[in-house]
Design a protein around this ligand. Sequence first.
Ligand SMILES: O=P(O)(O)OC[C@H]1O[C@@H](O)[C@H](O)[C@@H](O)[C@@H]1O
Length: 604
Amino acid sequence: MPPTFCDFSTFKGLVTIYATVPTGLEFTAVDEIKQKIQPEACEIGQGKVYFQTAVSRLCDIHQLRSVDRLFLVIKKFLDYKYDDDHDKAIVDLKALPNDLPWDEVVKFWQENLKHCKVLIKTRKNTSGVPVPSSNGISSLPDASCTDIRYRATASRVGKQQSVTSPDAELYFGGALQDITQWKVDLSNYNLEIVITLGVDFVLVGLALTLESLHRRNITHFGYTTLRASIAYNMLRMCKILPGDVVVDPMCGTGVIPIEGQDEWINCFYFAGDKSDDAVKKSAANVAALNGETVRSCVEVLQWNVKKLPWRSASIDVCVTDLPFGCCINTMANSITLDWSENCSATIHLYGATVTSWINNGKEQLFLSSKSKIDGSKAIRGGIPLVFPNFGPWEHGPQHGFARISWWKIIEQPTKMSNGDVTTVLQLTDDDKTRNMWNHQFLLTYKVTLGENNLTTKLEVTNTGSEQFDFTVLLHTYFRVSDINSCKVSGFLGCNYSDKVEGTDNVSETTKEIVVDRNIDRVYRLAGQPDGHLISTPETKLMLTKINLPDTVLWNPWTEKAAAMSDFDDLGYLNMVCVEPGYVSQRKILCAGETLTCSQNITVL
Ligand SMILES: O=P(O)(O)OC[C@H]1O[C@@H](O)[C@H](O)[C@@H](O)[C@@H]1O
């Protein structure tokens, strides 16, 4: 910092302001400051930007978006020597406030209060009333306020100084009170003096913001919600031009597009994410903006970043912060069937679980965002494969071992002459499976993707010399936009056992079932011959099946969803399981015999 930045002279003249900035983004912040404030001078420190400007720019300074907090430099004591003797160093600290222009600081503070209102509300609302800040500092005194409640906050850079930050807070802060007679209030303060103990300097400043400016726009937070100031700096780096189409393909709670539309107004923003929770929160954050003066130009969509529904060259700017802390499918463990750019299916080798089916750019299967996809637990969603036992099992885990075994690809994805794409996977017995279920078997699973349909076909072959019996089921999780508007048909007149009610042999009297509670039923001879229609106002799916006489209908609803560690708490609102199976009786296979069974799902 050059010596010209050292003194706060008079609030009518030039002042030195410093802003804290997310480290690494100081250069973009300087860019914004130069563009919007046109300072006399500007300099970068680590995580800070200093600039010299006229007091008249205070209002604009508070509107900066790349910075977190703002401070006035009251005085920077250069070439400061801390006495090696702690007691003497304390005496020096106490003397520091003596010659500082506290009356002028108060005038500046009062001037600044006018603008604090701007900083604690995050956006303009219709009536101009400040929106309360998240930490409750919502009503600052007006500019004529003389009721000063202050605190001194110190920080030390390095450890070579003979005094500590608590020393500075206590002794500098105490001496300041002796001079000014201000009231000390450590928690409900309205004036904050900051002291930075550098290795060879002491900087005394006045906080101009009582909370960080990055707290804006977002009302629905996620675990990793980005700071608005970081989002702004990232966007600034993109050099967005009027008319640009800006996409954040992994938008989380939507911070980047929302921040973008505030500054680069003549652009269109798309916020997309794979997770239900993220999409809902982004939509809620955008909806909160729409309640204010400006109508947002952010569209929120759900998509899989591996299959973005965009034509080449249709996007001008793509900006995102990569997700962290979540497990990302490695390509090595999954295979993708591509029918076209916006029609694909993904099969994970763990459990041969179909984890995604995108038809016409829209995901049709539900996959919990909390699902493990690392082979440590059955995948929660998609189409897990249940074999050799449906439900609790005395010899092994619930729903058997097929869904928690690693399968082998025996036929890589292949395009057929009719355009359909197929792949084949296999699982055979090994020591682990024989320890639970001492039989020899071969499972061959063929997944076929068509333009508007997905078929999963399983062959169970008894490769041993003795017969065995089993149950089998394709545990299909359908994604629905809103369970309340979803109807499932194909059960009328079928007998079912109800695991929630504890009843059996009940006859279904409803033609179209609306799932509005925890449902867990095994329907016998259901969906035959016409199949099951799973319909929502947006999508109609027809599920037909071969050699899978039963159908399980399941939705865990509120409490059971919350009790599952791998299930999104609100995920039950976006899914229904319609599971074709051979489960109400055990299927017997003699040595050498094969059962072939399948489901076909068609988008109508
Ligand atoms: O939690 P899991 O083992 O994947 O099972 C989920 C559900 O799967 C369904 O098929 C069963 O009918 C339910 O009873 C069960 O709760």
